[in-house]
Design a protein around this ligand. Sequence first.
Ligand SMILES: Nc1ncnc2c1ncn2[C@@H]1O[C@H](COP(=O)(O)OP(=O)(O)OP(=O)(O)O)[C@@H](O)[C@H]1O
Ligand SMILES: [Mg+2]
Ligand SMILES: [Zn+2]
Length: 627
Amino acid sequence: KANVFLWAGLDSVEAELEVVKLQIAELLEKQASLTSKRKQLLRRLEEPCDSTQPSGSGPAMTKQELLRYENDDFSWSTELEQNLKDVFQLSKFRPLQLKAINLSMSGKDLFLVMPTGRGKSLCYQLPAVCSEGFTLVVTPLVSLMEDQLMYLKSIDVEAVSLNASSSKEHAKMVLAELTDSKAPFKLLYVTPEKIAKSKLLMSRLEKAYNAGRLSRIAVDEVHCCSQWGHDFRPDYKLLGILKRQFPKVPLLGLTATATGSVLKDCQKILCVPEPITLTASFNRTNLYYEVRLKDSNSDDSVSDISALIKERYKDQSGIVYVFSQKDAETVSADLQKKGVNASPYHANMNPEDKSQVHRKWATNKIQVVVATVAFGMGIDKADVRFVIHHTISKSIENYYQESGRAGRDDKPADCIVYFGFNDIFRISTMVVMENVGQQKLLTMVDYCQNVDRCRRSVIAVHFDEVWDDEGCNEMCDVCRHGNDYITVDITQHAKDVVQIVELAGSLDEKLTPLKVTEAWMGKGPAKRRKMIQTTTLSRLEVEAIITSLLLQGYLSEDFSFTPYTTYFYLKLGGKAPLLKNQSHSITMKMRRTGLDANTVSTTQQTVQESFRPADEGSQFFFSLLID
Ligand SMILES: Nc1ncnc2c1ncn2[C@@H]1O[C@H](COP(=O)(O)OP(=O)(O)OP(=O)(O)O)[C@@H](O)[C@H]1O
Ligand SMILES: [Mg+2]
Ligand SMILES: [Zn+2]
């Protein structure tokens, strides 16, 4: 008898020890992340200049030395200034452009990180015009290449290209001209495939190099080199050959989005020994960021979008991003039915149709393009007043880049994303094969679910930028609505949800997020309903809580593959055992006015009835657990 008692005691102590172990692991993880953040900040404080060097490399140029490159007393300065005005018809440089150009003209290798639409191309186009010989430009997409050639032609700058669709004669002519000192072109655009596959091209480049005609190498969208970037392209991995073969030619790598570790990777892959990195702020001050919730019960986001377009954005140009080709067709058709001048755009359309849509939109004959991400790189329309995401992006990098197509003329523009519970899992199964795909998706989900941090700060922190909250100017919904959120204790809710998932597991069943939602809301079979604790919370609240549990690691994803599709199921997350501990509590922040302006009246009540605001203690613990 006594033994039984002791055994039970031992069991419970073991269980508690397990929980403590998890908590320690949790805190250690937190400690490690804080330590690394501290190190980063300290390093930044010590940094001599505003360049963020990929750590441990690069010539440590002092702030003073770098300042010199903002001057206009170089031997080429007059010519630069003249060509800026006469050829490019621009009145002045934007931030960092002159510095980047002077550095590159001085023969330095350079990584330029500048938000989309800020004018990176000028940083190699202008030097190309002001230098002897030609500049080699590596671009990932033929469409990008064509846009640039069209633009350069319009300003009378000679440029040529080589890609998979070049004709034999054209290629022959270009290759011959590479070594011709009288050839007029200033820029040669190539795809990375050409560098990787054409020995003939490499041999001609070598001749040009030896004759001193290869003046500069520009690698556009340089983040494509790194698997850690958001747009890896295998052929970029082979571009190291350029710097190895042509070490004396300055290389300029350009990207809108790359973290320090991605750049460091690019540096290695491109074999650039000591690049200087110039980073422009990610803050696009003229963009207003907003998140709207999609209601799973009655998704009327398309009506919402059409109302916005017809009223707030009447006669203004914009893009609606959608998840799939099918969505592009249906959302576009729905918008058309509601009287919006919209056209779909996706990868599966034939090239003529695609370029027709692009052209009509660029010339304002179509107001809105309803597009998949295929409508992407190189879209350069200055007066885009809104970018609406009908479905969330697959990462913050992607969102930043896609939404960044708004407001390139520096005038105010809106970036609105519709955040729907089910979309999380649609995207999740799409990125299941990607390295760190889930992790990146969750950062996007966190951006959307967030109600208490400035949206800009979430983006800035993501890109390792030190952020000052004053920098927003109420240009995001969180800042504009002030402290309109409450912290609620969801410990009991978490236990109820975990119990449902556990029960399914014990019955050898897997539950999709939808099934979990329905079970918890009491919509499951009556027999089951008796075995679980159902809730009276609204659907949006239920979804918000399940999302939060997923973000916090109490639930996690469990994929299952069939030949036709990938299923997303919920299973217990690493932190689920913590709930066994009586003193453990979880909180989350929710918008006070219910979850959506449209549902204020109905949800406000439920929020107050069914949530008790967290007490101080649990809030403290919460902040220990949550980043
Ligand atoms: N100094 C300037 N003054 C005014 N407009 C400029 C200036 N420099 C560039 N622009 C304009 O900014 C727009 C965007 O430039 P560009 O295509 O080079 O952007 P980007 O930085 O390469 O963006 P992405 O990351 O999307 O490729 C172009 O229309 C260009 O003419
Ligand atoms: Mg560009
Ligand atoms: Zn803000």
